[in-house]
Design a protein around this ligand. Sequence first.
Ligand SMILES: Cc1ncc(C[n+]2csc(CCOP(=O)(O)OP(=O)(O)O)c2C)c(N)n1
Ligand SMILES: [Mg+2]
Length: 549
Amino acid sequence: MTGKTKRMTAAQAIVACMKRESVQQVFCVPGESYLPVLNALYDEPSIRVISARHEGGAAFMAEGYGKATLKPGIVLATRGVGAANLSIGVHTAFQDSTPMIVFLGQVHRKFRGREGFQEVDLDHYFQPISKWAVEVYDPERIPEIVQRAFRVAQSGRPGPVVISLPEDVLPIEAEMYFGPPVKKPKPAPSSTEVQDAEKLLRTAQSPLIVAGGGVKSSQAEEGLIRFAEKFHIPVMAAFRRHDVFPNDHPLYAGHLGLGTNKNVLQTVKEADVIIALGTRLSEVTTQDYAILTPDKQLIHIDIAFDTVGKVYAPDLGIVADVQEALQAMLMIDIQETWADWVTVRRQAYVNISSLEVTETDVINKHVIAMIVDKLPKDALITNDAGNFAGWLHGFYPFREKHTYVGPTSGAMGYGMPAALGAKLAFPDKTVVSLSGDGGFMMTVQELETAVRYAIPVICLVFNNNMYGTIRMHQEMHYPEKVMATDLGAVSFADLAKSVGAAGYVVESAEAFATTFDQALAKEEPAVIEILTEKENISVGSTIEEIRDR
Ligand SMILES: Cc1ncc(C[n+]2csc(CCOP(=O)(O)OP(=O)(O)O)c2C)c(N)n1
Ligand SMILES: [Mg+2]
């Protein structure tokens, strides 16, 4: 709490806070309401400003950046209009527990409440989808509030914070006091809690770890390998947290996602003691809250007290940083008696995730097999929402940590802008996004942002001329009554070329192979449009098969 005060404007104090927290990039769409902040950023060359084409794109970039780096992604936008546009990214950061800070220009303090130009009560508007939403009235309180925002976004369960900045506050000078930068608290379990975990594990015959985003945010990936290996417990990844554990490890037993194979779900059904690690046990992970039945014992470990027991009352709930908890639980002294259980459950996963392809396999599967073959192991993959992702989730083996950035919120339009955020965070990694034609079109304008800032990502677009996922649900519930799910023709390759990116279109696995090599060799933003058949609507079924049921 020691330090001197400094005189500067509120806008300069915001940028000074960013600098103290080692912010390197911010994402924005400019607006006249927060010009002083842009001006202060102009004067701070250590922070790069990426100006996007749409606030939704900017927010997804910041979310992808935050998810990849585990540090808050920063996004700036203007009043009600920019706020409304970027809210999908805030919602994603909220559901996905991604640290993010949103700075929004607001109308003049004297005009607040008159429904001024573009006025929205931004703090109320964002309260339900953020960890904290606040408006600043006093310039000298900027450091207090912005530093607290950095603390709130990263502490406990990470998430988004929204700060509303009335435009007249920003140019005012004041004496500013800055505290030290944030260090994330890392609470550890008590020795009694570790003993209780030992007692529960002693009763186990078929234990299972379900690992979620908390493993990633506490950087506990190695700790999880050590823990799982020591007690020989199989590990499953929570929804869209594929890279929490190496998928080629003999203890990995699959991913709990949408359309997960029933033989993989059987592992959860047969487990008797479940260790839920850094996961909120979401609707998708628990398959509509169905697979964690009351006969199981649950050890729920999470850094947030309100995540533990949020849905399932645990037999043992521990509020702790996952890395600290795993370290402490290495002291447990038990002998495993479940070797066969592990072998059988691993085999169940191996059987359904084989990457072997034959001529009868659809192009979607060939593409996954080829990218696995051609990409370095540490390549980072992002995806959009849509049925095309089923092949990625089902067959792509994530072998290293920090190789996946995906939306547990299920937001369409996420894949490509999140890839831009991730590539800016890790410029040396190969970054590939996967999207459907519907989702890609929702944020396609950010391809120009990729070109303008020379951010070389490769975007795979699976084009079936439809909102395939919804068509699938339609065929299941209202067969043959197709409504609102057909889409017109778009040449994504030409669209890419029109903004200066490389554009390719392929119709066969062979063509994809040579095109992907070409795209990899060139360090430039590229779109590979993959033409797919409507009929091959999902990994499990064709349209005809769904109708026949
Ligand atoms: C922002 C948003 N709007 C709507 C939805 C509902 N939705 C889920 S998947 C989907 C269709 C996806 O179509 P496409 O991107 O072409 O992928 P496909 O399923 O055809 O492979 C829709 C509309 C969503 N998840 N996100
Ligand atoms: Mg589609």
